[in-house]
Design a protein around this ligand. Sequence first.
Ligand SMILES: [Zn+2]
Length: 329
Amino acid sequence: MSTQEKSIAKIATSGADVLPDYAPVPQSAYGPALNEQGYYVGRVERNLYWVTDGSYQSAFLTTKDGVVLFDAPPSIGGNIRRAVDEIASANGVSNKVTHLVYSHHHADHNGASSLFDKNVIRIGHEETKRLLLRDNDPARPAPEETFADRRTLKIGGERIELAWRGPNHSPDNIYIHFPDHDTLMLIDIVNPGWAPISMSNLSEDIPGYIAAPAIALEYPWKHFIGGHVGRLGTRDDITLHQQYMADIDASVRKALVSVDPTPFFQKYGDNPWAAVSALFDAWTKAGAAPVIEKYTGVLGAADVYTESTTFWVMESIRLDLGFASYVHP
Ligand SMILES: [Zn+2]
């Protein structure tokens, strides 16, 4: 047996016994129940709809010329088609998907793009196109139509404002504003009712990630489509998320200046990487502890993911902002 096979066998035999327990998720984190096929489709405002499987979200506009789809997460997959058909037949409008707008290039939000036929016009940021051509995944054809900073779409009498405001979660993540539907779609920044998942929603640019909610709030809107979890968001969800991230920032800065690195380097001597690893853990745990306490019962999974997000915010504070940087005399 290889080391990997042994380790897989160990996980398989110990099973659920070794998995930790977590605090109950507040009821406010959950959305509407799913149907038998495993999805929920609902009206956001007028002819704008959203679809969820409880973890991922997609949205679509029914117009007089057909349907404009926003993201095609593979976990919802074939249910996107079912949701569109259901709404189109209930309202007596066309179910033909004519356009697909990509929020960003990630496979978990657009890996069902290829389910839609070749006549669909795909629209995305120019960086989304570059990244999709690079990654060459047949499930996600690159967009034919791109833009650099801003683009207004007028499709079937509906107005959609696309904007790229700098890198955040990914280099190409865009703001999708529906000015006539009081709605903003911004993916992988705020998970309404929940803590961000691993390392600030697996974000590449933390200063951009932290700045994004304030940009979101600059727009006028009432409904927020965040791309994840089983419910839509409100402006209060964005503010709560901002407070959570600000608390992590303040708490980890305190930890960075109060945990003394000396004993870590003394203990590990000629293995400085061991000292750095233990020091990262100590900073992270000290920074996260008060935030976990404050948000448990407020945001779902605050006790699951706050340490991971704190670690990533701490590294950004050190490396992007130069906080607590030491220059040898
Ligand atoms: Zn993403």
